[in-house]
Design a protein around this ligand. Sequence first.
Ligand code: NI
Length: 392
Amino acid sequence: MLPNADNTLFAWMCDIRRSLHRLPELAYHEHQTSALIARELDNLGIPYQQGLAGGTGIRAEIGSEKGNAPCVALRADMDALPIVEETGLPFSSGRPGLMHACGHDGHVAMLLGAAKLLRDMELAGKVVLFFQPAEESGNGAAAMIADQALSGVEMIFSAHIDTHYPVGQITVDEGLICSFTDPFTITIHGSGGHAARPHEAVDSVVVACNLVMNMQTLVSRQINPNQPAVVTVGRIEAGTVHNVIAEHAILEGTVRSAHRETRERVLQGLERVILGAADMCNAEIKLKFFDSLPAVVNDVWATSLARKAALAVVGQEGVCSQGQPSLGGEDFSFYQQQVPGCMVRIGGCRQDRTAGPAHSARFDFDEELLRYGAVWFAEVASSSLENMIYSR
Ligand code: NI
């Protein structure tokens, strides 16, 4: 029978979501978030391990250990973003400059909701819950794996809130759904001088501008237009005052791509653009990649189980496809490199449609989605365990 998120459970999840929304914490600093989750797990009588992945990660366990019972994991991420909130919500961020702008507050709430449902169900094996730090930056999933969080786990599922879809829709897609992500920093070393005498200096601002413009031709001229890719420079820093030529400049950006060959081409192209600019401008330029993420590739079997659970929760009319792969990155991909897994998107567009998109200062979602998220999590875990026993 399908688990049921009644009004009491729903109100409890909303409370948790709002408490977390008031207390956004950045990657690897989710201390109060982690403490709140531990308190709720204590109240539910669910055993857990704390202090994983740099200190804030939690791994909880529900169900039997017996024999060779199967084991599946469910994952929620819990970090916030450095954004000044402008939603005007009564439970807005209490920490200036920080905001839950990607729905991770909701992810934690719905996984705790699922925990409560699963605790009261008859399970054919064990369900492990991951409350993971640092999804937005820092690759918290890899840190969870390094701390043996996947030990015994045979399959893993996750769900991301997505306000492109209304409440009651769940997207389920096999194969690649989130792209390769390669963040980078470029450091330019020129030489400073008087604004009126450029011939005595190497102007880092001009080098930076050159680089940014040339990088844009990588995607438009060197990549198969049928294979999506993006190069974005999100931050430039240079100079101190209007009449001094800047000696240094720093660029921060990210490469996104949905195919392995495309990724290689863009990364190699970036190296060439930098070599060219360095040569042309007589500057020293260094390129460094950090926190690269593999693509999220949903496993065939795990996806079929995720779809079955979604059909049970939202029916035929509620299950849909996200269409093209997203050029967003997700460190859920690290788990999928170890065990088969599937990530779905839970629709949650607010009915008044006045909220902003994810990662914006006005992001918000319809809390009604928490019911669907919690029930889908519980259903996919319990039905997968049964399916796994059956196929042994
Ligand atoms: Ni997110």
